[in-house]
Design a protein around this ligand. Structure first.
Ligand SMILES: [Zn+2]
Ligand SMILES: [Zn+2]
Length: 150
């Protein structure tokens, strides 16, 4: 990582190293707030702006990308080799990933038919996750559990 940044013209400071390490340990869909909390647990001298700036830097060098899923919170995702889409639960705000390799193929074909060359794809689906759906079904109407959902 140090070498990688050097080739991009950035130098690695201990704070920066901590922020980068924390981000990659946390994995997917990390918001600035979450990363900040995590970093502060190890070093509470790191400021919010520093965390934010370094997260932007991680994006700039191509190791992460922004994910915006309708709730106004920007999350950051590690760049992965396999293209994935996001299922966003509007109830519990969880983000579930799913493989979109096949979908991307179809989209690329559709774009190609119009002479368009796609660079990137964002596939985001909003709805209610399995857990919240079950909770709703049992919670709101306790005596009619067999009815199920349409
Ligand atoms: Zn993701
Ligand atoms: Zn949910």
């Amino acid at each position: 990582m140090k070498e990688f940044l050097k080739t991009k013209g950035f130098k690695m400071t201990p704070q920066r190293e901590l922020i980068f390490r924390s981000f990659f340990e946390m994995g997917e869909h990390v918001s600035v707030d979450e990363l900040y909390d995590r970093v502060r647990r190890e070093d509470n001298s790191v400021g919010y702006a520093t965390v934010w700036r370094n997260l932007k830097l991680i994006c700039r060098v191509g190791l992460a990308e922004e994910v915006n899923i309708g709730d106004g919170i920007t999350r950051y995702d590690r760049v992965t080799k396999v293209p994935h889409g996001h299922l966003f639960c509007t109830e519990c705000k969880s983000v579930i990933e799913f493989n979109v390799e096949q979908l991307v193929g179809v989209l690329a074909q559709k774009a190609g038919e119009r002479g368009f060359t796609p660079d990137s794809f964002k596939i985001e689906v909003q709805g209610v996750c399995e857990g919240c759906r079950a909770l709703k079904a049992s919670g709101s109407n306790g005596h009619s559990e067999e009815t199920g959902l349409p």
